[in-house]
Design a binder for this molecule. Sequence first.
Ligand code: ZN
Length: 149
Amino acid sequence: MALDDIYKETILDHYKNPRNKRELPGAVVTCTKNNPLCGDEITVAANLEDGKLLEVAFEGAGCSISQSSASMMTESVGGKTVGDAMSLAADVRGMLAGEVEPDEDVFGDLVALKGVVKYPIRIKCAVLAWDVLQEAVSDGGAASGGAAH
Ligand code: ZN
C-alpha cells in the first residue's frame, strides 16, 4: 500500500469513527469556529485542571479533513498541559505548511494530515480544529485563571 493510501485510510477512519465526538456538559472552555471556504464547522469543549486538558471533545460537521483532524486533535491533546497542546498545535501548523517534519512518535495519527500539504485549499480544513482549541483555551485561561489584564 502506498503511503498516500495509508494516510487516506487513517483520515477516513477518523471521519467515519470520530473519537471524542460528543457533548461535554459543563465544560470549562468551549469555542466554535467555521471555515466558510468549505462549510466546515467545529465546536471544541474541554475541561481544564491544574493547567492540563482533562477531557477534550468536539462536535461539528464538514469535510473529512476537518472532521478527522478534530478527532485526531482531541485524541492527541487530551491529558496534555495547555502549553504542550499549544506547542503541538504549532507543530501541526508547521507540518501543514511543509516546514516541520513530523515525528511519528509524537504525532501518531496526525501524520496522516501531512498529505494535505499538497492541497493548499484544504489546509484551512485541517487547521480549523486547532484554531478552535487555541481560542477556547486562551478564552478559558483569561476567564478562570485570573490573568492580569
Ligand atoms: Zn473542509
